[in-house]
Design a protein around this ligand. Sequence first.
Ligand SMILES: Cc1ncc(COP(=O)(O)O)c(C=O)c1O
Length: 440
Amino acid sequence: MNRPLTPNDMSSFWMPFTPNRDFAADPRLVVAADGMHYTSSDGRQIIDGAAGLWCVNAGHNSPRIVEAVKKQVSTLDYAPHFNFGTPQAYELSARLAALFPAGLEHVFFTNSGSESVDTALKIALHYHRMRGDAARTRLIGRERGYHGVGFGGISVGGMVKNRMHFGTMLAGVDHIRHTHDPERNAFSRGCPEHGAEFADDLIRLAELHDPSTIAAVIVEPMAGSTGVLLPPKGYLQRLREICDRYGILLIFDEVITAYGRLGKASAAEKFGVTPDIITTAKGLTNGTIPMGAVMVSEKIYDSAMENADAPIELFHGYTYSAHPIATAAALATLETYREDQLFERADALAPVWEDLVHGLKGLPHVKDLRNLGLVAAIELESREGAVGARATEAMKAAWAKGLMVRVTGDTIALSPPLIVTEAQIAEIFDILSGILRDLA
Ligand SMILES: Cc1ncc(COP(=O)(O)O)c(C=O)c1O
């Protein structure tokens, strides 16, 4: 029997990655958004220091995207892409192929970053098997990596809390070491100098397991969710070389870094390193409608077509792969990025951003500052026995002062929409420096 409904009862919604009980006691509710700002339920303007969750790169309520979604929903609300097609899906695929580095010519559509990761891992396994190299089943991730919350993603992921409660996960997974080295690299501006040799940890695993058993290695070119860990100079190039030496596929998880966050269409482009597969989501549709896209190399796609053992070449897909409304949102988003030159804008603003990030050096509790493109991490000293408490308090104080930021552990992560102005960047750091001065 239905219980009577209690308006505003907060217990039914089990909130994701949130301390539910704490939140219910002091909720932060958003009711509208436009451009760089949210409107809170108590009518305040809150500047978005996180582009939602690293996704609203063109800012909120972006007119071209909103119009495209409205038009699409009343023209073709849904069509399946199993055995049928829509013209927009082909158009979007071609545009994405042109946007990402040459050689990544094929696109598989998903609905989220987690699904993009699972798709990439499955395509990697499938590739080796179809080539008759079926012993290559081992997947390698990296400590402190975040690859979403599917069983594939948490298996290759390396954030302990995301793994420890969920059983044994995928078999045959191993991890290379993370790249964080604060002793040598704290307060680096941009990518740190030291640590390219951490890539050699893949050699250790290749020698341990034998390279002939390893299908793929997956890394975030810039690890975002674990607290913004940047690749040491030369690290990604070295990883590519080792993968080539051993016949291991290289997957870049670019769910955060693609679509302008680092001032280029992709981290692959920024660092001049082309992996075999790139996973994306988030900024693909500006966060308006869920969608992910996995960019796949010519060699992998061609192999699937040539070596298929059944008319269907890949037994994988989602009801909503290439959903027409998401596709319309993505096409309008890419057009907005291009027309408004938002990747170039992020690139041009990065030095201003970097100066203000590092201007926080010397404030109380600031243990490290990291930046790249329009991303920053402010790592704070943890309180004794209460990891995360200090940054969470900073996040709540920021909300009270009209700024939304993201925290992970005791790191405050910043990633504003790419439409942010210099004045708004100054405002963000002004609010934060005030908070850091007052924080216990
Ligand atoms: C690198 C990376 N991979 C995967 C994901 C998961 O994406 P989603 O939350 O859309 O499943 C994220 C989300 O932050 C991410 O940063």
